[in-house]
Design a protein around this ligand. Sequence first.
Ligand code: AQP
Length: 340
Amino acid sequence: MVQEQKNERKKTILSGIQSSGDITVGHYAGAIRNWAALQHQYECFFMTADLHALTVRQEPVALRKRTLDVIAMYIACGIDPESSVLFVQSHVSAHAELAWILNCFTGVGECSRMTQFKEKSQQHNENVNVGLFAYPILMAADILLYQADLVPVGDDQKQHIELTRNLAERFNFHYSPTFTVPEPFIPPVGARIMSLQEPTKKMSKSDENQKNVIFLSDSDDVIAGKIRRAVTDSGTEISYSVEKRPGISNLITLYGVATGMSFAAIEEAFSGKTYSEFKSGTADAVINLIAPIRGRFTQLRSEPGELESLMKTGAEAAAARARRTLSKVYKKVGLTERPR
Ligand code: AQP
């Protein structure tokens, strides 16, 4: 029995973050800390989604820098490149290639129904490009290339996973079993961090108002200042209620992410205290979380050779896996093999 379990194939996980801005404490809370917890139990592929970032106009020099920053930040947050495959999406050309094939299997109506497309095309109405429209198809390619069983996602991505599942099933039915049909994976400890100034809106790295966002690269003073100025609510009570007290509830969530304490324990610890005392406690907790991450990140970024070598190893491992799937797909759809 024990031997049987040992021989069981580890399930595969694929996830990533776009390099459309610097990594925030929201990404840490909702994604990266969970990846770090999963990496020894699953076979993990974590990428920087730089191709996805292009759906919104990017400044080339900044995009290049941020793509490396994201990889360094993954490692600084505890993703071990020895256990997980860490890579940059554009370094594995199979992503774009499979996306093209999947484009030919996706209805225009399926993409136009995507809530995120509707939201982003309003947000960037000066540049509603085909890439923004086809974003979920590239995401499906990302996932299906690695035969991922599970995809850790926030609620806002569930619709995209549903499309990925439909595409996998459609292809498997039309030809023969080719793709693993993935499941969304909602981590046991999830946390959605909201904007500091507009706590009913998600904290987003590309927010134009930097006061809304805590970046993992922010200095201690900047973190303290942003938390001090965070919008709170008209009451005085430090208790969690997203409906009644979105601002304070967001800070309670942040405090919980930083310390591992439950909401009830935080409420008890700050019972009778003022908002100002609570903000100061939250700032200390968040600084204690972020300062060592920022230290490791700075160290990694000061060793470009080391990071480059890690990216090369990651890209090779990812490309080898992706190529296996893509070759099968090319064969099944009837593309001729390239003469060797
Ligand atoms: N504020 C957040 N709280 C919790 N989880 C978050 N995630 C992002 N922001 C928060 C989680 O990070 C993963 C993907 O991030 P992404 O950058 O690829 O996409 P996004 O959700 O569009 O992030 P941003 O910061 O809002 O990007 P921009 O500003 O470029 O649009 C997901 O697991 C997501 O849940």
